[in-house]
Design a protein around this ligand. Sequence first.
Ligand code: NAD
Ligand code: TYD
Length: 340
Amino acid sequence: MKNILVTGGAGFIGSNYIYYMLEKHPDYRIVCIDNLTYAGNLETLKKAMENKNFRFVRGDITDRKAVNSIFKAEGFTAVVNFAAESHVDRSIEEPEVFLKTNILGTQVLLDACRKFGNIRYHQVSTDEVYGDLPLDRPDLFFTENTPIHTSSPYSASKASADLIVMAYYRTYGLPVTVSRCSNNYGPYHFPEKLIPLMIINALNKKELPVYGEGLNVRDWLYVKDHCKAIDMIVENGRIGEVYNIGGHNERTNIDVVKTIIKILGRDESLIKYVKDRPGHDLRYAIDPTKIKNELGWEPETTFEEGIQLTVKWYLENRYWWENIINGEYMKYYEKMYGGR
Ligand code: NAD
Ligand code: TYD
């Protein structure tokens, strides 16, 4: 029986992956370790907890003792590492925890994979490790051979982790893969990120803070398509390889914001252009040829469908985000946007 450790599964993509896997592979055991930072939410895993093949453990991936004891008890067949500090703006304010969790936490997991029987390891990384592309060269895309060229403490910490993962493959022969995905959106996305922040503010008739002129471009992928890609890589990906994941859904930020305004029937006067993010990456765009050719992966959800589904989810799951924005999150919001 397959027994997969999912780290960071109380966050956005990890929780979607857990639900995807429990449905797709009802015979697998899935164990989640998450230390429930501000971004982790047990409420998100409530339904998973009812499944007898699922176990949640509160624990920190940088805690070697705790990690080793769960590896010893469980006998994992694979590890998928989602656990990370994930928000660029927070990494600009307080970089240290990004280095600790994203780099050292990865190392602790890799060491445990070696110690407990050369366990299959997958690192969930990001296209942000490639830096950015110019706005006036729509012909350029990130391939797996694009040099690492990071901009923010967040992307630098993710790139460092990728290099360590590949070093464990080359040096110790650990069976690893790395995936680098573009921006995700969908259910359970923490309200600090662009799409959920705009949906929730628009619903509450609050200002919509757009950085700079809103012309930066992101390549959006519906989260379920990302989960499917990871499953395919863990099952059939070539060991020691990197796979880019993205579905050619480039949009300027202002386009995304206007689309949300339109779906919710709000007015564009809610848009407020605010001071830009320092070092703001201009454009991300993935070339997914490798994963398509090697594993047959293709996205199933267009941006038009996905954004409708996402807005609908936030409308139907108010309890989930109202709990968040009523708590600690408001202090963060005031700090980041108060004087902007
Ligand atoms: P998220 O911030 O929503 O969730 C992160 C989860 O990790 C939270 O549940 C948090 O509690 C947990 N966590 C943090 N530090 C931990 C620690 N030390 N020990 C155990 N758990 C810890 O992030 P997300 O958006 O779901 O991203 C998941 C992964 O995917 C990250 O590695 C991120 O770099 C990568 N990624 C994200 C995107 C995106 O668009 N969100 C795109 C590509 C790649
Ligand atoms: P974000 O969701 O933070 O993801 P990332 O920076 O990892 O791509 O931001 C997506 C884009 O939206 C990015 O170009 C920054 C921009 N943005 C805003 O314009 N306003 C906001 O309030 C936020 C959070 C982001």
